[in-house]
Design a protein around this ligand. Structure first.
Ligand SMILES: Cc1cc2nc3c(=O)[nH]c(=O)nc-3n(C[C@H](O)[C@H](O)[C@H](O)COP(=O)(O)OP(=O)(O)OC[C@H]3O[C@@H](n4cnc5c(N)ncnc54)[C@H](O)[C@@H]3O)c2cc1C
Length: 496
């Protein structure tokens, strides 16, 4: 499902796909915000290409909420407790700098991307959670005086118990920003290839050979900006992350909206912002996330509608979509070298749904690494950290889910027969001792796939709302007929 932001593509031509072998300094795999900002930083200094399997921002960056903020939920109290005050201070500073850096790029490149300065708020409706909000505000105050305020009232028309406000944050149109970056990259003689899927990366003679669309790109440096790394080893990021999907809806509220950007502290949370759409203002609501590939919260759209209609009873739904992001177990992104034994290969992942600023932080760290400059934030996001997995509960849950899926594929034998599958439904059945993922389309066609993820072999789950196969282990997604649509899987499913 396309997002509201993706309407912007109508104003831009497709970048051609790669058709010849190339030799470059830097090959960036993935044209989301991470890939584009890294290419932007480097394209006036080095020879850079972006290889994008779909369209630029065809995945999460084109489906984001587009808040540019260092307020990553209620987070800084956790960071101080799990890391240190100095660490939390650096994290805040890095993300505040990213906000300024994005603003500077927009100004320098004259990108018209509906940038609006706003305050950002986390609010709670529950008195019992008020202490957490107050603690967070005190924690932020220790890191940067006058960054935040504790407030009792907000403009969002809903009753709250309290909120924490971050001042001088912003929101934008992510696709307009992305196309502005792309224009600047091309101006600097960088190259962007769309519909160019990378299928392999090899190390040969101190260089990397990147295989895409039957062509080779030979590069000194490679940046894996695919959100979830498309290589499993030796990075082992699949042991340190999972993916979470959120629902998003755009409404015409038929009423004057609010200033500010909001997110609730409740679990699952809901996030709100306005969108300037010509003469009118629209409401974007995002939330009700679930771990990709699990049965939780399949009614996210209905829930979002209910919550918005409580505030705006006449609201009309204009767009809806879902999107996922990588969640790192210690809630801190992984940025830097992909593995300590693979020189000049870089990674940026685990943005925990706060990748608008984190992708900018990542682009700057990776740029400095390639240009052999110091970056004071490198250490706190260090991608090769192995210790500590502070969040043992999440680690346990993730491994349990992965084991369950692998065990399910070995021992649970579904009894359903092909004929019992309803129109528009998908499920796993057993035919001649082989498990088959079957989807029956609205017109009755049957699509059969091997329901085993091509990433690491977990059994897939059929999402009957979106009609796609999802992996509960690491969040890969496939169309009902088996085409790989979301990383980490990079290969289509086998079909029968
Ligand atoms: C619903 C939702 C709302 C969010 N809202 C916010 C927000 O308000 N503020 C905020 O800070 N963050 C937000 N985030 C997080 C943020 O949007 C993401 O972290 C960020 O966009 C990730 O950017 P990326 O470039 O790393 O990944 P992506 O945008 O996913 O880009 C990766 C690219 O790699 C390409 N690719 C994958 N495999 C290959 C291959 N084999 N060959 C070539 N290309 C490949 C993909 O097609 C894709 O275009 C949100 C996330 C979600 C899910």
């Amino acid at each position: 499902m396309n997002s509201y932001w993706e309407e912007e593509r109508k104003n831009h031509d497709l970048f051609e796909e790669i058709k010849e072998d190339k030799k470059v300094s830097v090959c960036i795999i993935g044209g989301g915000l991470t890939g584009l900002q890294t290419a932007y930083n480097l394209s006036d200094k080095l020879d850079v290409v972006i290889l994008e399997k779909d369209r630029i921002c065809g995945s999460t960056s084109g489906k984001t909420t587009g808040k540019i903020t260092s307020q990553h939920g209620v987070f800084y109290d956790y960071l101080i407790n799990s890391q240190s005050k100095e660490f939390a201070k650096m994290y805040l500073e890095a993300n505040e700098k990213a906000i300024q850096n994005i603003k500077d790029i927009i100004e320098k490149e004259e990108i018209e991307c509906d940038l609006e300065e706003e305050s950002s708020y986390v609010f709670t409706k529950q008195e019992t959670k008020l202490d957490m909000i107050k603690n967070e505000q005190k924690a932020v105050d220790k890191l940067q005086k006058e960054k935040s305020d504790y407030v009792k009232e907000i403009e969002l028309p809903t009753e709250i118990s309290g909120a924490i406000e971050f001042k001088n944050q912003a929101q934008f149109h992510p696709l307009k920003y992305a196309y502005g970056l792309a224009k600047a990259i091309i101006k600097n003689d960088g190259k962007i290839y769309e519909n160019t899927k990378v299928t392999d990366i090899k190390r040969e003679n101190e260089k990397y050979v990147v295989y895409a669309n039957k062509n080779k790109v030979i590069a000194d440096y490679v940046v894996l900006a695919t959100r979830y790394p498309i290589m499993n080893v030796p990075g082992y990021y699949f042991l340190k992350m999972y993916q979470s999907t959120s629902y998003a809806m755009v409404f015409d509220a038929k009423k004057k909206l609010f200033d500010g950007m909001y997110i609730s502290y409740e679990t699952p949370n809901v996030s709100f912002r306005t969108i300037r759409d010509g003469d009118r203002e629209l409401l974007l609501a995002v939330g009700y996330d679930y771990k990709t590939g699990t049965e939780e919260l399949r009614d996210g759209y209905q829930r979002l509608e209910v919550i918005v209609r409580k505030m705006y009873p006449d609201a009309e739904v204009l767009y809806k979509w879902t999107a996922e992001d990588c969640i790192s177990l210690d809630k801190i992104p992984y940025i830097g070298q992909y593995s300590s034994i693979m020189k000049n290969l870089y990674i940026a992942t685990g943005f925990n749904k706060w990748g608008v600023t984190s992708s900018n932080v990542a682009a700057n760290i990776i740029t400095d690494k390639i240009l052999q400059k110091e970056n004071k934030y490198e250490e706190i996001f260090k991608s090769t950290r192995i210790e500590p997995i502070k969040n043992r509960q999440e680690m346990g849950d993730m491994l349990k889910e992965a084991n369950k899926s692998i065990l399910l594929s070995r021992f649970k034998i579904p009894k359903e027969e092909l004929d019992n599958i309803k129109i528009g439904e998908g499920k796993i059945i057993k035919i001649d001792n082989t498990k088959v993922g079957v989807y029956k389309s609205k017109t009755g066609e049957i699509y059969k796939v091997k329901p085993i993820c091509t990433h690491l072999g977990c059994e897939l789950y059929f999402n009957n709302i979106e009609k796609i196969w999802e992996c509960p282990c690491h969040g890969s997604k496939f169309t009902y007929d088996g085409k790989s649509i979301e990383v980490p899987s990079n290969k289509d499913l086998k079909t029968f």
